[in-house]
Design a protein around this ligand. Structure first.
Ligand code: PLP
Length: 380
């Protein structure tokens, strides 16, 4: 049987990893400034994470959600404390798309409405509603096409105000990434997020903060939406939550009450997933990783801003993007092939930097030096 070929692949096979370094089958090390697509939060194979999963595996890996799983409660309490959302409620699932799917569905159950507002360049996942709210025609199959999703321009306060003035009573939810990831590291402005909050309050709509990529401490605050000083009604989360173990969830504000069977899952919140997620939060706390993300992020941004001819250095914490001018257009490929450094791409001209939140200064310096070297090569 062949694999279903859905991605263009780098010709690299990774066989082991520690912290921010991964090795291929020939023992060649690579610096991981991509975090496996923003997934590696506390560092590859962190010993505490490995131990927590190993110990849990020996006890029990899975039983269905028809019984009490105390690890879920433990996770909810720890997550509430670290995120500062102690009065929210946790629903666990398995992926970012599934988290957004549940968030959009729950909002519709809550206010009985159908219209979803999403924004230009948004990416919310590949499942039915999540992909309908994703602004890329190539990902939307005919069966996912729906009039229930309206796309407005990102950070355009006037367009949002006008839509709510005309159709506010129909809007079920507004979904927004605090920093667009796949769309190219575009930061939502404080004013825009505060306007979403006010309009949702006025019209009875639900504010959904897609924190799948920009959440879980990556920007230096637990949710990047926190920078705007607003509380969303639902936050979705995934990537960094399990440091590579598949676990995701939504946290739901107290005014949205649960009803039996509206949401459900077979695998979500299983014993092993909870152990992995708890290990991540324990390490984040123990090693002050959100502070490290701020410190390392600020350092990288300052240095990248001084690096000609990179343009539009943007982002927050360890979620950084910059434009690569045409003259050095192969920079990302060169970083991988010559310098053995993984970075991410948003469109052919944007490089995304999404390393582990535990990134060391020595690794940041290695990355900066490698960029300068490759720029020199490409210019000459
Ligand atoms: C902002 C955002 N939301 C949702 C998703 C979908 O997550 P998953 O691939 O885990 O379904 C992604 C994945 O890249 C994302 O970046």
């Amino acid at each position: 049987m062949n694999l279903f070929d859905v991605y263009p692949l780098n010709n690299v096979t990774i066989v082991r990893a520690v912290g921010s370094t991964v090795w291929d089958e020939n023992d060649q090390p690579y610096l991981d400034m991509y975090g496996g697509h923003a997934v590696i939060s506390i560092g590859h194979t962190h010993p505490h994470w490995v131990q927590r999963i190993e110990e849990q595996l020996k006890k029990i890996a899975f039983y269905s959600n028809s019984i009490i799983i105390p690890l879920q409660k433990e996770l909810a309490e720890k997550l509430g404390k670290i995120s500062g959302k102690e009065d929210y409620q946790l629903f666990l699932c398995n992926s970012g798309a599934e988290a957004n799917e549940n968030a959009l569905k729950l909002a519709s159950f809550y206010n009985g409405r159908k219209k979803i507002i999403a924004f230009g360049k948004a990416f919310h996942g590949r499942t039915s509603l999540a992909v309908s709210a994703t602004d890329n025609r190539n990902y939307i199959a005919p069966v996912n096409e729906t009039d229930n999703v309206v796309f407005l321009p990102f950070n355009d306060e006037a367009a949002l105000q006008q839509y709510f003035d005309q159709h506010g009573h129909e809007v079920s939810s507004v979904i927004i990434e605090g920093i667009q990831g796949v769309g190219g590291i575009n930061v939502a402005t404080t004013e825009f997020m505060q306007l979403i909050r006010r309009l949702c309050d006025k019209h009875g709509a639900v504010f959904i903060a897609d924190s799948v990529q920009c959440g879980y401490g990556r920007t230096g605050r637990f949710f990047s939406h926190d920078y705007a000083d607003v509380n969303a009604d639902i936050y979705s989360m995934a990537k960094g939550m399990g440091n590579g173990f598949p676990v995701a969830g939504i946290i739901i504000a107290p005014h949205i009450k649960p009803k039996h069977f509206q949401l459900g899952t077979t695998f979500g919140g299983n014993h092993l997933a909870c152990a992995a997620a708890l290990a991540v939060l324990e390490v984040m706390e123990e090693e002050n990783l959100m502070d490290n993300a701020t410190k390392m992020g600020n350092y990288l941004m300052e240095e990248l801003k001084k690096t000609e001819p990179l343009k539009n250095i943007r982002g927050r914490g360890l979620m950084i993007g910059f434009d690569v001018p045409e003259e050095i257009g192969t920079l990302r490929k060169n970083l991988l092939n010559n310098q053995k450094i993984f970075t991410g791409m948003a469109n052919p001209n944007v490089i995304r930097v999404l390393p582990s939140l535990a990134l060391q200064k020595s690794d940041a310096d290695k990355f900066l030096k490698a960029i300068k070297l490759e720029i020199e090569h490409l210019k000459n």
